[in-house]
Structures are given as structure tokens and as C-alpha cells.
Design a protein around this ligand. Structure first.
Ligand code: FDA
Length: 306
């Protein structure tokens, strides 16, 4: 119930205005690398010593074309910098289609696809890849269609699937062919029981079924979880399917279980950190609070002592 309330607040423009108008709080800084390109590049450089990175220029639910164009421009700038500074071989980018226009009132899918194409072209020129984040279930079909369209010219484009959705095991089957890159996560959105598993146990069991399909498939499974049991199961399934360290990835969020990240990387596993930055951190930050009640208590205390 707490999670539902936090995720509802995450969609409120009023709460967003109040919270985002404050200074960039150190608490936000635990999950978000900063607001400027320089912050992102500095964090990438720090992490790249032992990990791989995927950078997300924060933004979602873009309401006008200019905002979407601004986000594309930010990705293009960042990709040039990553290439110039010799960091692109360890760093890809993640994009949200709603940031690129998927929720605009007219021609939304076309605008988002064209924008994502520009980001993919810049990523290709920098020598790296793009993964398309997954948002709430009302967008799943359109997002997967956009990924299919992108893969015509950029076959390395990655997709994200959420084990909390009942459809995801079937989507994993569709997307486990040669060359595909699928990031499997539990799902951060509050979804209805008609389309989603609602208990943690069911979501975890679905995760394992999906993981089995991806590990047995021909693509690159990207296992995005901090859950130690699922990490262990992923390792067992990778070994069972003769996958070496380059044939699958573990992925975790910036600021979450950082010690586990370095330990797993030191064991020779490929660990990629999802690194968000930018001024529009509110929605992302609220989803991180929703994942863990302790974060929320910490946040409330920090606000009260301001
Ligand atoms: P779970 O929530 O059960 O957490 C397991 C343990 O990890 C916890 O007990 C705790 O120790 C730690 N932990 C997890 N979250 C924490 C937090 N916020 N703060 C502190 N500790 C925490 N979702 C989505 O819907 N669409 C997407 O595109 C993506 N993309 C994505 C990329 C990557 C690389 C990752 C790692 C995750 C996502 N997610 C996502 C988010 C994902 O769906 C999920 O909400 C979170 O990863 C939390 O789920 P876990 O699998 O970690 O399990």
C-alpha cells in the first residue's frame, strides 16, 4: 500500500514541483549521479575502473516537442563526450520513450521513434549501444514495436522486460533470438492484477522462468536485479548454459548495493551500473523510494530536518 501511495505521488505534478524545486539533496545524490553532463562523465570515469555503465539522461512523460528535442540533444552531447574521453567502450545509454515523445498527443510513436533513431545513430558512431527502458504496462506493446523498428538499422538495440507482467515469459521467448539484448527486471510500476503478478513471490518465480528462457536462448541476457537469490540463480543458469562472462551481464542501479557490485565484478562477472543524471530526477527517485520503505523513512527524516 505504501508503495502504491509513493508511486501515485511520483505521478503528481504538484509534488514534483515542490520536491524538485529544492536543492539537489545528498539523499537524491545517493541514486542520481548529478544534474550536469560533467557529473555523469565523472561518475562514469569512477565506475569504469571495474564496472560497465549504462547512462540514463533523466526525463519522462515529456509533454511538448521542444522538451523531447532537448533530451535528444543531451544524449548526442553525452555520447560525443564519452567517445572523446575514451569511455564509450564501457558505457552504453538507456532511453525512456516517454522522454522522447511517446506520450505526446499527436504522432507520438513516430516522434519517439525518430528521436530514438537519432540517439542510436550517435551511439553507433561512438561505438556503443542503446537499451530502451520499459515503462508502465499501457506502453509495453508500443515500446516493443519501437524496439523492433530500431533493430532494423541498429540490430544491437536492447529491450527491457518486467517479470511482474504476466505476458513477459512469452515476450522473453519472442526476444531470445540471436543478437538480441534483453534486460530483465522485476518492474518498478504499480500494475493491476489483471496484467501483473501482485506478490513478491510470484514476481520472483516469474523472474526465474524468464531468466531460464533468456539463458537458454541465443541473445545476451542482462540480469537487472539486486536480489542476491536471483543473482545466484542467474549464475547457476549461466554456467548450465555454457555462458562465459562476456555472454551475459548482471546489472544494478547506481547507489544500490555498491559493495555487491564491486565484489561481483572482482569475481570476474560483467557488472553494469545503471547511472541516471539530469535535473528531472523526481520520478526516478520516487520509484527508488517505493522499492524500499527504509528509503522512505530516511527521506522523511531528511525533509523534516531541513
Ligand atoms: P527487490 O526490490 O526485491 O530488492 C532486492 C534487494 O535489493 C533489497 O532487499 C535491497 O537490499 C536492495 N534494493 C533494491 N532496491 C533498492 C532501493 N531502491 N534502495 C535500496 N536498496 C534496494 N524497472 C522498470 O520498470 N523499467 C525499467 O526499464 C527498469 N530498468 C532497470 C534497469 C536496471 C539496470 C535495474 C537494476 C533495474 C531497473 N528497473 C526497471 C527497476 C526494477 O524493476 C526494480 O524495481 C528494482 O531493480 C528493484 O528490484 P530488485 O530486483 O532489485 O529486487
Amino acid at each position: 500500500m505504501l508503495r502504491t501511495a509513493v508511486l501515485a505521488a511520483a505521478r503528481s505534478p504538484l509534488v514534483r514541483r515542490v520536491v524538485e524545486s529544492g536543492p539537489f539533496d545528498p539523499l537524491v545524490g545517493r541514486f542520481v549521479a548529478g544534474t550536469r553532463d560533467d557529473d555523469a562523465v565523472a561518475a562514469v570515469r569512477r565506475l569504469a575502473t571495474d564496472r560497465y555503465i549504462t547512462v540514463d539522461h533523466l526525463g519522462e512523460d515529456t509533454t511538448d516537442r521542444a522538451q523531447a528535442d532537448g533530451i535528444v540533444a543531451a544524449y548526442l552531447r553525452l555520447l560525443v563526450r564519452l567517445a572523446d574521453e575514451g569511455l564509450a567502450h564501457r558505457t552504453e545509454v538507456s532511453v525512456k520513450l516517454s522522454a522522447l515523445g511517446q506520450r505526446l498527443p499527436v504522432d507520438a510513436d513516430k516522434i519517439a521513434l525518430d528521436a530514438a533513431r537519432q540517439v542510436c545513430a550517435a551511439a553507433g558512431a561512438a561505438g556503443t549501444t542503446v537499451t530502451v527502458d520499459m515503462e508502465d504496462h499501457t506502453t509495453t506493446d508500443r515500446t516493443l514495436q519501437t524496439v523492433r523498428d530500431l533493430r532494423v538499422d541498429f540490430p544491437w538495440t536492447g529491450a527491457v522486460l518486467q517479470s511482474q507482467l504476466r505476458r513477459t515469459e512469452a515476450d522473453c521467448r519472442d526476444l531470445s533470438g540471436p543478437g538480441s539484448r534483453v534486460r530483465l527486471c522485476k518492474g518498478a510500476y504499480d500494475e493491476p492484477a489483471s496484467v501483473a503478478f501482485r506478490t513478491a513471490h510470484e514476481v520472483d518465480r516469474s523472474f526465474v522462468r524468464c531468466l531460464r528462457v533468456l539463458m537458454e536462448g541465443r541473445g545476451l541476457p542482462m540480469v537487472a536485479t539486486h536480489d542476491p537469490r536471483l543473482v545466484e540463480i542467474a549464475r547457476v543458469l549461466a554456467a548450465r548454459n555454457d555462458r562465459g562472462p562476456a555472454d551475459w551481464e548482471l546489472q544494478m542501479l547506481y547507489g544500490v548495493r555498491p559493495r555487491a557490485q564491486t565484489e561481483l565484478a572482482a569475481e570476474g562477472l560483467r557488472m553494469r551500473v545503471y547511472l541516471p543524471y539530469g535535473t528531472e530526477w523526481f520520478g526516478y527517485f520516487m520509484r527508488r523510494l517505493g522499492e524500499r520503505p527504509a528509503n522512505l523513512a530516511f527521506f522523511a527524516r531528511a525533509l523534516l530536518t531541513r
